[in-house]
Design a protein around this ligand. Structure first.
Ligand code: GUN
Length: 295
């Protein structure tokens, strides 16, 4: 079998276009654009790249982007004071504090300072709790993007066996909650799971979010399974040469799976598109407007 490629890049472009199309009605109703504040602390090169692309995507979709760059000597108190100011700022609908934060800054303490109504990352315990009990919540961008791709590919997910490999607060746990809401039978596997290949082989849906390059191989998969690869790992392929690979060994997996996301071009582009979506949704909720349709 040769798996169908799940084109996250195309889906993300279409989602960004739907967000952009909904912005003028918001501006008409409120007299302002939806706004996202992105806070970057320190000089982490990967984070700088992410923050730049988030800003660009915001502006391209007609949203307002406020960037706050702070030195890596910033204290927790200074960072929390900035978040408090953004909480109170009427022009700011979403607040994203780019992770990881420098050593010595308590990420949990900073995230807990963010107004849950502006928590477009969905990292605040209030949003995590709302998601867990099935209430309206802002949901972390990457797992929500994965769910959109799964729904687009499979339609109704009810009754399917889903295995999420990885139990992070950012991807694994919220992904499991979302799949439960879709009536999947969900298993969360992790580094201590016994017989991981055997567990993965039961799955109709595999979401790989472990951060280990090419760990999940084709012979671990049930034929026809739908594979969502969240991993983005840079590996050395020769003298000074590197390549981006996922947590799934693409070549062998694509011979067994029914459909698979590539790396790059699968889940990656979805994260920013969903961030735009979450910002627009948060802006509507704050303005007392009904959520825009089709997002
Ligand atoms: N660092 C890597 N991914 C993310 C993300 O989705 N949100 C934030 N805030 N930081 C990140």
């Amino acid at each position: 079998m040769t798996a169908a490629i799940i084109d996250g890049k195309a889906y993300a472009e279409a989602l960004r276009a739907r967000v952009a199309a909904a912005v003028p009605a918001f501006v008409e109703a409120t007299g302002r654009k939806p706004g996202l504040a992105v806070v970057l602390v320190g000089e982490d090169p990967a984070s700088q790249v992410y923050v730049r692309s988030k800003g660009k995507a915001m502006v391209a979709a007609g949203l307002e982007s406020f960037e706050h760059k702070l030195p890596d000597t910033t204290t927790q108190e200074e960072l929390s004071a900035l978040v408090e100011r953004l909480n109170a700022d009427e022009a700011v609908d979403g607040i994203l504090v780019q992770l990881p934060l420098p050593k010595g800054v308590d990420e949990k303490a900073v995230i807990s300072t963010i107004d849950p109504a502006k928590d477009v990352d969905g990292f605040h315990v209030i949003n995590a709790g709302r998601l867990a009990v099935g209430e309206e919540a802002l949901v972390p961008c990457t797992p929500l993007g994965c769910l959109m791709l799964l729904r687009d590919r499979l339609g109704d997910l009810s009754g399917l066996d889903a295995v999420v490999v990885g139990r992070s607060n950012i991807v694994g746990k919220p992904m499991a909650q979302l799949l439960l809401q879709e009536n999947c039978t969900v298993t969360v596997a992790h580094s201590r799971t016994r017989d991981l290949p055997g567990v993965v082989r039961r799955a109709d849906i595999v979401v790989a979010a472990v951060g280990r390059p090419q760990m999940i191989r084709g012979d671990w998969l049930k034929p026809g399974a739908t594979v969502i690869d969240v991993g983005i790992n840079r590996i050395q392929i020769g003298e000074g040469k590197t390549r981006l690979v996922g947590d799934v060994e693409f070549e062998s997996a694509s011979e067994v799976a029914g459909a698979i996301t590539p790396v790059p071009g699968g889940v990656g582009p979805m994260t920013i598109a969903v961030l735009l979506r979450n910002t627009l949704v948060a802006a509507h909720a704050r303005a007392g407007l009904p959520a825009p349709e089709g997002l």
